[in-house]
Design a protein around this ligand. Sequence first.
Ligand SMILES: [Mn+2]
Length: 364
Amino acid sequence: MAAQQAAGAPATLVAGVPALPSPRNGQAAPQGLTDGGLVDADWQPVLAAIGAASSVDLVCHVLPDGDALGSALAAGIALRSLGVEVRVSFGDDPQVVPASLGFLPGQELLVPASAVPDRPELLITFDVADARRLGLLQTKAEAAETLVVIDHHASNGGFGTHLLIDPAAPATAVLVDELLRRLGVPLDAAIATCLYTGVATDTGSFRYSATTPATHELASRLLAAGVRHDLISRRLWDTQSFGYLKVLAAALDRAVLDPEAADGLGLVWTWVPWADLVRHGVLPEEIEGLIDVVRKASEAETTLVLKEDPDGSLRGSSRAKGAVNVAAACGALGGGGHAYAAGFTSHDPVPDTVARFRAALRAG
Ligand SMILES: [Mn+2]
């Protein structure tokens, strides 16, 4: 769900929530199949490309969350079952699967970015809103003969040869479910675990507004396929190191409430210095959910958490509750994402970054 952009991102590439490059052809969605509006004509060339490929590379964004990695692994397990040679990868070095996602099946398919061919025959990206979010794999993806983009970020400007982008979908995993249905691959417990992790992650356990009856219908099918939703939930949301609690405590102590930001709707913000992570032995991916505590403040429509990286740059994550579009504000700072969850990278000091974010909120 986090949508931080690659370091050094120019401010012009992602501008708010642009119109999509027409993946829908103006036709109605098949009733009950998906949350959104992709139609047969969107899927057909992708199914044909998969059918014709001798190997497929499945890639998600750097610092993967449950939707990104769950989607890529689900597709990997499914394509493997069809006898397709598959590699799953993401462009971090070192490539580290977050501890909270350690239970995901299919990780034997993971290869380092260096093992992805320089010019892949068919490469599919999952949950990647912007080619720069491919990290080390950006160049290889852009050199692919066929580059399929499967995503649900409204800010996705479309960077592939085939776009399966549906901003109405609550998770990329929902689109992968549709892909597998069209490929004729039945849900098994392993695939369902990956997809459930994606949907549960991006809907905040089916709480966020993008959750629809179709989302619950999918959850029903996933549970019927053997998903242990109780264990997944505990791993995703209810398991943290003691060090994390100390980092959280410091971040909450540092939090500032600005009731006048965003047209008087209020902003709560805080930051996490890299030194806090070092001191308490906490990895950067462990604090991705910290914002969910900060954003509970009833006085604030908007939440901003700045997380310092070792090089001093700040990864900004922002959330809104419905009245403010943080994708637009983060877009103004060179990032992007969803209206209610977006991010950016800043190379300015904390006070300057907060001031720029505040100004972007005010500009709407
Ligand atoms: Mn997602």
